[in-house]
Design a binder for this molecule. Structure first.
Ligand code: ADP
Ligand code: GLC
Length: 496
């Protein structure tokens, strides 16, 4: 049986900031169903409720100076380990220091510590391991550690590394002297080396350079980041320099959590047959929650559930909102962001108290309610590695209007009123007028009840399950392992 250990900064339902957590919450269970043996390692943040998820302290061999909590995901063999260290993880936040509104200023050290302890833990307690699957920059030094610090370690001699890039906009770029604290030979910090990036240390560059395979979360994003220096935030050349290309595997969505027929958060559950009545009740609940008048029930309700960040296209939202709101629609936003972003959205909401509802905060239940009770979901992203909320929306009969980039391009097809094919509305250029046109097309189909019903049903019937994607990950793992077999057999003949 293949043994895979996933190492990441977040995993739902224990700790979630964005879609990374959703993926770590679903993929291990899917792989378990496919017969792989999967472990997950994340930090023991203060906000994780140990009792709620039945975590228990794991006795460790002597010499390991961290603590580990273990829990098994019910109904599976998946083990989840929380690696503890109070100095680095017993804090209010995950990434951001609430007193400054910025990333913790010792974040390089936090992630170096986490990666090194994770590798010591795997080596002493979890081995033998076939694949260590790393996610994003917080775990991207691991492939390099395997190649350098553990080069002669027999317990890792058969272990391969896979790095999944969920967002190349976050690379873990730190001052050059950080190199001294990584444990790598500081002499390796040279221009064009795996570590150096415009005079700084770049965790993700190191991961891309050392990992046996690199994947990302949609086929289009895989193409974009290898071809386009801007979309790759400067790493396109490094990606193209790899011996094997980046593989794009589309995320699925977790049907146990995101299914309108069994959603524990929404007022009325439904399926395709009962959607119209139930969604009306849910829309009413959303209007109440956002303090909008009941009379708005018959008007189109546009929504966003999102980090308030430039990536998500808030510039375009701001640019079109005045015009869109003149068409007598309502708009609700559930989101969090930095102070500037939140203030800008608050100003808009204050100007349209009857039409705009704003909820600044992170609220899992409310995210389900908004997605089940609005008509149109906006996602005009500047870039989008995969995006999950557009898929949640389609599954709930809420029609997405998206910019065709990354995973949005791979998941939403423009609706054609003549053929009745398609699942949403799309635009290509990052231009306010194109976004506005796409919203207008949505509003005109909304006025045609029969066409809208067809469109909603197309989305609700689409397959966004993890089944296919999990099988693709399994074959990625197999691919790395076959590589090791080839290496072994050639070296046996003295060719290597
Ligand atoms: P990203 O990871 O780039 O933020 P995704 O669409 O992949 O984008 O995933 C975002 C996830 O975070 C979704 O599960 C979405 O519902 C959730 N989310 C984002 N903002 C909020 C919020 N304010 N409250 C609750 N859930 C949120
Ligand atoms: C990142 C991306 C998002 C993706 C998620 C999960 O946060 O921004 O597009 O869906 O990771 O892979």
């Amino acid at each position: 049986m293949m043994h895979v250990v996933m190492v990441a900064a977040e995993a739902a339902p224990y700790v979630k900031v964005g879609g990374l957590a959703d993926v770590l919450g679903a993929l291990p269970q899917q792989l378990d169903r496919l017969g792989a043996s999967v472990d997950v390692i994340i930090p023991r943040y203060r906000i994780i409720n140990l009792r709620q998820f039945s975590f228990a302290r794991l006795p460790l061999p002597e010499g390991l100076n961290f603590d580990v909590q273990i829990s098994i995901i019910p109904g599976t063999q998946v083990r989840v380990f929380l690696l503890g260290n109070d100095r680095f993880f017993d804090r209010d936040g995950v990434y951001v220091d609430s007193t400054t509104g910025m990333d913790y200023d010792d974040q390089a050290d936090r992630w170096i510590y986490f990666q090194r302890t994770a590798l010591e833990f795997i080596r002493t307690v979890l081995h033998p391991v076939d694949v260590i699957h790393c996610h994003d920059f917080q775990t991207a030094l691991i492939p390099g550690y395997l190649r350098r610090l553990y080069a002669g370690e027999p317990r890792y001699s058969q272990t391969k590394s896979v790095l999944t890039i969920h967002n190349i906009g976050y690379q873990g770029i730190f001052a050059p002297e950080t190199m001294f604290r990584t444990g790598f030979d500081a002499g390796e910090f040279q221009p064009t080396s795996p570590f150096e990036f415009f005079g700084k240390l770049n965790f993700l560059k190191a991961g891309i350079s050392f990992a046996d395979l690199v994947t990302t979360v949609s086929p289009t994003y895989a193409r974009e980041i290898q071809e386009d220096n801007e979309l790759s935030f400067g790493l396109a050349g490094v990606l193209r320099g790899r011996p094997n290309p980046v593989i794009g595997i589309l995320n699925g969505i977790d049907y146990d959590v995101w299914s309108p027929s069994q959603d524990v958060w929404i007022r009325a559950t439904y399926d395709e047959r009962t959607a119209s009545d139930a969604r009306c009740q849910n829309k009413m609940a959303v209007l109440h929650k956002f303090q909008l008048d009941e009379s708005r029930l018959s008007k189109p309700l546009l929504a966003m559930v999102s980090r308030i960040d430039a990536q998500k296209g808030f510039d375009l939202v701001e640019a079109v909102l005045d015009e869109i709101l003149s068409e007598d629609v309502s708009f609700v936003l559930l989101g969090t962001g930095n102070r500037d972003g939140e203030t800008r959205m608050s100003h808009i909401a204050a100007r349209y108290p009857d039409q705009v509802g704003l909820w600044l905060g992170y609220d899992e239940g409310l995210s389900h309610q908004v997605i089940s009770g609005s008509d149109i979901f906006l996602m005009p992203s500047k870039y989008e590695p995969c995006g999950l909320t557009q898929m949640y929306s389609m599954r709930y009969g809420t029609v997405p209007v998206v910019r065709s980039t990354g995973g949005l391009k791979d998941t939403v097809q423009e609706f054609d009123p003549h053929s009745g094919q398609g699942t949403g509305f799309t635009f290509s250029e990052f231009e306010a007028s194109d976004f506005k046109d796409a919203i207008d097309r949505a509003l005109s189909v909304f006025a045609d009840k029969a066409a809208w019903k067809t469109l909603m049903e197309n989305g609700m019937r689409s397959d966004f399950s993890w089944t296919h994607s999990a099988a693709q990950y399994r074959s990625v793992y197999q691919k790395t392992l076959i590589g090791s077999e080839i290496h072994k057999s050639t070296s046996e003949f003295g060719i290597s």
